[in-house]
Design a protein around this ligand. Sequence first.
Ligand code: ADP
Ligand code: MG
Length: 379
Amino acid sequence: MITDDALAVFRKEFGTEPTGLWAAPGRVNLIGEHTDYNEGFVLPFALPQRTIAAVGPAPAGEWTVCSTFADEAVSFGLTEPGEVTGWAAYVAGVVWALHDAGYQVPGARIALASEVPLGSGLSSSAALESSVLTALVDLGGLDLPLEKRPAVAQRAENVYVGAPTGILDQSASIRCQEGRALFLDCRSYEVEQIPFDLAAEGLAILVINSNAPHQHVDGEYGARRKSCEDAARLLGVPALRDITGAELDDALSRLDDEVMRRRVRHIVTEDDRVLATVKLLHAGQVREIGPLLTASHVSMRDDFEITVAQVDLAVETALEVGAYGARMTGGGFGGCVLALIDADKADVVTTAVEEAYAKAGFTPPTAWTVTAGPGAGKL
Ligand code: ADP
Ligand code: MG
């Protein structure tokens, strides 16, 4: 049990019991990829896989953090971005971001354990930040409403760790609810909890970790982001979210650069696909979202160019053996694929993908079915 792991590490490192355990989930983004930093729409749900933070008090201005994934504990006081590096930067970043937002952050001893695979696009980083943030807010009795927490955790990752990610991951980990997908407007931060009960429909989401090595992720992510921001500037809009599907052709005709045109087409059509997905889910037409998921993948593959051979093969194979739809989920360049399937087809699809990978000479994939779990909180 992951909670036992966190407790064991806490006891071993600090020789005492923690005040409590806090959990925050990883996430799968059902649809809406790279739309978050374009101030558009996303639709994630929380994974049952979580990061657990066992947390107890420490003297004011002192933090010590350890993890099942690290050999040594790391201690720090109030720091500025860049001072703590490596995995502990995510924790120091949360402390820094809370302090920078004007909060009196309580000193703490923190032990982390996680069942979210690290670096697979399921957002172990946001799960870590969100579990620690929620614990510190609770322990310190800080007056930080739920809807404002994701932006604080995001600053930890953007400014302290230096990863230019959007608001999607932290929002999902903090604001998702069990049995729901989170429809988030990344401009207003308004959310709507969308019914997402797959079991009731005899359906499941199969997550397939491509186990492809992540390469050039940060550089490519930054390049996509810059291309989108440059396009918005050229088109005279605050963000690409402001271009509707109906305005797309006109917008494309005003851009000279072919690569930039493709980037814009992905974002604008992806926002529309999120809206269409929400509409179908509201109408209880869950199977019918399949073609939208697949269209999203094609758009990421051909227009946004963020997929790799392993994820393309997983999507193609899942569709060949009867998935209603399939797409890469997460920032790209490896990571995971999700497939919407009949619940009793998980083994068939998994085997087919395993066989296709073996034939292609790829590292074997890992696959499991998931349901929409709860967001961050105290256990
Ligand atoms: P993802 O968020 O897709 O899993 P990232 O590269 O954004 O991938 O974040 C992974 C990094 O987050 C790890 O390399 C590590 O530094 C840190 N991390 C996440 N979870 C833990 C954990 N439980 N213990 C220590 N570090 C962690
Ligand atoms: Mg991450």
